[in-house]
Structure formats: C-alpha cells, structure tokens
Design a protein. Structure first.
Length: 226
C-alpha cells in the first residue's frame, strides 16, 4: 500500500468515526427529548408532570382555584353566551354571602324580544340610534341580578368582567348587592361622567368595590372524558 492509499484509508476511518459519533449523539439527544417529562399547565405556567399522588396520602391538592378566580371565570364563561357579533367580553356572576351562585348574566336582549329581529350593529349609517343595539340590550349585571333565585340579598357579591356603568350601578344598589368585584374598568378617560357617577353612587350606598387580582393568568378547560 503506497503512501497515497494509506492517507485515503486513514481519512476515511477518521471521517467514519466522526459520523458515527455525531449519529450516536443525535440519537441519544433525541431519545432524551422523546422520553423527557411532558410539560403541563399549572397555575398559568408550564411545569413538569409529577408522579401521581399516593392513594394513601391524606393531604389535599395544591394549586386549586381560589373562590375569586372561580367566580370570575364563570363570569368570563357567561360572556361567551352573548350573541353580540362585535364583543363577547361582558359577563357577570352573582354570589351569596356563603358562596352559592345565585345568578349569571351576559349582554343580550330582553326575554321575548327576538335577537333575529333587533339590530346588533354598533353604529347606524343613517345616524339613527334605533338601528343600533344600544337602546335594546340588557347588560350582564342586570341579567345576573334579575335571573337570581329568591335568596336573601344580604351579603351578595357580584363578579363582573367589566366595571358597571352608572345605570347598572343603580340597579346593583337597589337589589341589595353588598360588594362588586370587577376585572377591568372600561373608562375612556378620567372625566367619563358615567363611570365617575357609578363610583360615586356605589361609594355613597356603602357597596364595597374591589379589582380582581387573579392567582393564575388563564384557565384551560377541555371537553374530554376523565
């Protein structure tokens, strides 16, 4: 074997060893990825799955929904029932003093008024307000209160996705609700009279108002068999 052939054989051997090394590394790396723990959503963050708890472990589960997150989630879910083609963001959940859901509501037309015959438009091409949804729609807060059962009004809490306007605030006060928990305030500017009046009325009537502080940033619901 001459020197040229020896060089070619040596180069081939080195190249083969390098390819084998790379192939083995890719294989084991891929195996680790394939068999690594699957990420799961927990408390709004991705975390690794833990082994199932022992059936003999007497301790309770951690990371469960707080009452506030639970009721606010129901308000958000109720908003999805609205047939408004522009927005489905306003929902409400009325809760008793001891945590019993009394009523839920979303934006829609009054009972007996066909949502196929009344307009859902935000604006009228002719400037006619009667061609828009606003004169006809009942707000979520009102529907939640009017849909409630006949339980005592004492201690009732109202969870709303958006802070109530002054008209809704009047009904909230008159119905005996003692606390309003809202997610976001739809205030166009600091001088918006409708919301200034709402704050003033609720404060004067002694209705407690607070902004919801979620413990998790989202809740995932899957319709599947357990």
């Amino acid at each position: 074997m001459n020197s040229r052939e020896l060089v070619l054989v040596s180069s081939a051997a080195v190249f083969g060893a390098l390819v084998s090394s790379v192939a083995l590394r890719i294989f084991f790396t891929g195996s680790k990825r394939r068999f690594s723990p699957v990420g799961s959503l927990q408390n709004g963050t991705i975390s690794k799955k833990h082994p199932p708890p022992s059936p003999y472990d007497p301790s309770k589960r951690e990371g469960y929904l707080s009452w506030d997150d639970y009721f606010m989630a129901i308000a958000f879910l109720s908003a999805e029932r609205s047939k408004d083609p522009n927005r489905q963001v306003v929902g409400a959940c009325l809760v008793s003093e001891n945590g019993v859901i009394l009523g839920i509501g979303y934006n829609g037309f009054p009972r007996g008024c066909s949502d196929d015959k009344l307009p859902w438009a935000k604006k009228s091409k002719n400037g006619n307000p009667l061609e828009t949804k606003y004169p006809y729609v009942c707000h979520a807060e009102v529907n939640a209160i009017l849909n409630k059962n006949h339980a005592s009004a004492a201690g009732q809490r109202l969870y709303v996705t958006m802070f109530p306007c002054n008209e809704c605030a009047k009904i909230i006060i008159q119905s005996g609700v003692s606390e309003v928990i809202y997610f976001v305030e739809k205030r166009l500017n600091n001088t918006d009279a409708a919301y200034i009046a709402s704050h003033k009325l609720l404060s004067m009537a002694g209705v407690k108002v607070r902004k919801h502080q979620p413990n998790m940033d989202h809740i995932l619901i899957k319709f599947e068999e357990p």
